[in-house]
Write a protein that binds this ligand. Structure first.
Ligand code: HEC
Length: 163
C-alpha cells in the first residue's frame, strides 16, 4: 500500500480531498458500514437457527433432524464470518449505536479467528451428536455450543448495547 508521502503531490492532494480512490487501499467507509449490516444480518441468521436448537434442548420441540439441519446452517455461517469484519468497522470508527463490535477484534485478530473456529467446531460436533438422537447428549452439546461458541466470542469481542 502507498504511503501518502510517497505519492506525487497532486495525487496526495486529491486523496486528502477524498476525490481519488486508490486501488489496493483499504475499503471505503461505505463498504465498512455495509459490512456492519452484513454481519448483523449474518448474526440474525445464526440466531434464527439457534432458537429451534435451544427449543429442542429445553422442551423437546421439533426433532433431532431439525437440530442437525440448524447446526449445519450455523456451521456454514462460520465460513462467512471473517469477511464481514473488515478492519476499521468497529466501535471507535463507527458509533456505539451502529455497532457493538469492539476494537479488540482487530487488536487480537488471531483470538477472534479462534473464537470463530470454536463455533465452527462446536456446531459440527452438535450436528453429529444430534444425528444420534440421544436427547441428553444433544442438550449437553447445545449448552457447550452456547457457552463456548457464542459466549466465547461475545464476551471478549462484543460490547454492551448502546443506550
Ligand atoms: C467470532 C465471533 C462471534 C461468534 C462465534 C458469535 N457472534 Fe454473535 N456477534 C458477534 C459480534 C462482534 C456482534 C456485534 C456485531 C455488530 O454489532 O457489528 C454479534 C452480534 C450478535 C447478534 C446481534 C445482531 C444484530 O442484529 O445486531 C446476535 C443475535 C448474535 N450475535 C447471536 C449469536 C449467536 C446465537 C451465536 C452462537 C450460535 C453467535 N452470535 C456467535 C460475534 C460473534
Amino acid at each position: 500500500m502507498y504511503k501518502t508521502k510517497m505519492l506525487p503531490k497532486f495525487v496526495a492532494a486529491a486523496v486528502l480531498a477524498g476525490t481519488v480512490a486508490l486501488s489496493g487501499c483499504a475499503s471505503s467507509s461505505a463498504d465498512k458500514s455495509a459490512a456492519i449490516k452484513d454481519r448483523q444480518a449474518l448474526m440474525q441468521t445464526i440466531l434464527k437457527n439457534w432458537k429451534p436448537i435451544k427449543a429442542f434442548a429445553k422442551s423437546g420441540a421439533g426433532s433431532n433432524a431439525d437440530v442437525v439441519k440448524h447446526a449445519k446452517a450455523i456451521n456454514a455461517t462460520t465460513d462467512q464470518m471473517l469477511a464481514v469484519f473488515p478492519k476499521g468497522s468497529g466501535r471507535g470508527d463507527f458509533s456505539d449505536k451502529q455497532t457493538r463490535a469492539l476494537p479488540a477484534i482487530w487488536k487480537n485478530w488471531e483470538g477472534f479467528k479462534k473464537a470463530n473456529q470454536t463455533l465452527s467446531n462446536e456446531s459440527a460436533k452438535l450436528a453429529s451428536i444430534a444425528a444420534s438422537g440421544d436427547k441428553q447428549a444433544i442438550a449437553k452439546q447445545v449448552g457447550a455450543m452456547g457457552k463456548l461458541g457464542c459466549g466465547g466470542c461475545h464476551k471478549p469481542f462484543r460490547g454492551a448495547k448502546a443506550k
